[in-house]
Design a binder for this molecule. Structure first.
Ligand code: DX5
Ligand code: ZN
Length: 221
């Protein structure tokens, strides 16, 4: 099933509650929350206090993308703040197995993200521990960047590996997803799509979310 996860990184932060309600009413399946630390990535965004505030207004599950290192010490705080799904970067921890187990112990769904240049073999041994794999299709840190074309091949390889193993893992692609390229990414095997600037740059969120979903579904993921 195709899911659209608007990234609030491109929302109007002065009206965050309204923006979240608006994309939910427009058909968002998840709310993607980008957490950046100015160390693992060259930008700073939000912490658990804001996630807690978002949790109070959001009705859809919070898809929280942690771009922070170290990450383990902060997992309990984000879980407590109301993250439904917590995604960590495999590059951000020396002990990925321990980190993924910690997320599960905290009662959240478990996600693992890979930067564009990180091979999928990096997470092959721990796929049974996760609910979602996030393939970054931009170098993380900023919204509004262009989709990196070689990611399509990585999406195909990841989808094959998930199928070979018979696992029920969601495959999310994050970065540069637009109405005119989502079809290709869906055809390659992704089923969850983060869209930040593509959604929040428009005035009619329902129209853009429905075009994103329509183009992904038509590509027959
Ligand atoms: C990038 C973030 C993305 C970003 C996506 O570091 O993880 O979630 O907000 O934004 P767009 O869709 O504009 O590329
Ligand atoms: Zn993200």
């Amino acid at each position: 099933m195709i899911k659209i996860s608007p990234s609030i990184l491109s929302a109007d932060f002065a009206r965050l509650g309204e923006e979240i309600r608006a994309v939910e009413a427009a058909g968002a399946d998840y709310i993607h929350v980008d957490v950046m630390d100015g160390h693992f990535v060259p930008n700073l965004t939000i912490g658990p206090v804001v996630v807690e505030a978002i949790h109070k207004v959001a009705r859809k599950p919070l898809d929280v993308h942690l771009m922070i290192a170290p990450v383990e010490p902060y997992i309990p705080a984000f879980a407590k703040a109301g993250a439904h799904l917590l995604t960590v970067h495999c590059e951000a921890t020396h002990h990925l197995d321990r980190t993924l187990n910690l997320i599960r112990e905290q009662g959240c769904r478990v996600g693992v993200a890979l930067n564009p240049a990180t091979p999928i073999s990096q997470v092959a041994a721990v796929l049974h521990l996760v609910d979602m794999v996030v393939l970054m299709s931009v170098n993380p840190g900023f919204g509004g960047q262009s989709f990196i074309p070689y990611l399509l091949q990585k999406v195909r390889e990841m989808r094959s590996l998930i199928q070979e193993r018979g696992l029920a893992i969601e495959l999310e692609v994050d970065g540069g997803i637009k109405v005119d390229n989502i079809g290709q990414v869906a055809a390659a095997g992704a089923d969850v799509f983060v869209a930040g600037s593509a959604v929040f740059s428009q005035t009619d969120y329902a129209a853009v979310i429905s075009r994103l979903r329509g183009n992904a579904e038509a590509a027959g993921s």
